[in-house]
Design a protein around this ligand. Structure first.
Ligand code: ZN
Length: 63
């Protein structure tokens, strides 16, 4: 089971996918939506919108 490397929260498949998209496709350390938002200086809503956009476009990183 993957957890956020910053806050330790258990991650969803979409959060793992978002880290791969935003940080590094080969990343083995993942961040939750809150910590991704902090890291990139955006709102959690923005991250969720991005996840939704990729998910709708059929990206296999997202469920
Ligand atoms: Zn976190």
């Amino acid at each position: 089971m993957n957890t956020c490397v910053i806050c330790g929260r258990v991650l969803t498949q979409n959060e793992i996918g978002a880290t791969k998209k935003l940080v590094n496709r080969n990343s083995t350390e993942f961040l939750c939506v809150s910590c991704l938002a902090d890291k990139f200086g955006v709102t959690e809503e923005k991250i969720n919108e991005m996840i939704e956009k990729y998910r709708k476009s059929g990206c296999t990183l997202f469920v």
